[in-house]
Ligand binder design. Structure first.
Ligand SMILES: [Zn+2]
Length: 172
């Protein structure tokens, strides 16, 4: 059984590849943009989710899939990564997968040239981890002995520094 959080994650992944949700009662399609805001689901995404939940997901489905969001919320379905493209897909808990992954009708997918869609929920954590990695790299280069052996009277200046300085001079 897929939880609401899993289905929101599932939708967020496919929204990033331009796949809309088809809403019940002929209310059209829904493709929120932006999907994330400040590392959280955006208001546009929440609005779309609300439109889906008006019918508890009944008759709402991701374009290119056969099972409704309501069915995905039932114990019969679960969400697992697609064998072909690693995107989250809904599969029956028991029995045989009868429908293809929605990636089937995306001619340019899987595309290893571009980053995989992912949720933005943990982006703050990832930024913190990235900052930590960068500071570790900086720390190790500072501890190299050559830095302390350079004469203090002529500070090292790279070409990049010089060009930045001259461009500043040009601006003032
Ligand atoms: Zn796939």
């Amino acid at each position: 059984m897929a939880s609401q959080a899993q289905i929101r994650d599932f939708l967020a992944h496919w929204f990033q590849l331009g796949k809309p949700v088809v809403l019940a009662e002929n209310r059209g399609e829904c493709l929120p943009d932006p999907i994330f805001h400040n590392g959280q689901y955006s208001q546009a995404f929440e609005d779309c989710w609300h439109k889906i939940m008006v019918t508890s997901g009944r008759d709402c489905y991701l374009q290119g899939t056969a099972q409704s969001i309501a069915e995905m919320l039932s114990p019969v379905w679960e969400i697992t990564p697609c064998a072909r493209c690693e995107m989250p897909v809904a599969v029956p808990t028991a029995g045989i997968m009868t429908s293809l992954c929605p990636c089937d009708d995306l001619p340019t997918w899987p595309n290893t040239e571009i980053p995989m869609p992912r949720t933005g929920i943990d982006s703050q954590e990832q930024l913190t981890a990235l900052r930590h990695r960068l500071s570790t790299v900086n720390g190790s280069s500072n501890s190299e002995p050559k830095a302390s052996q350079k004469p203090l009277t002529s500070p090292p200046q790279t070409e990049e520094d010089a060009s930045t300085l001259s461009s500043w001079r040009g601006m003032s």
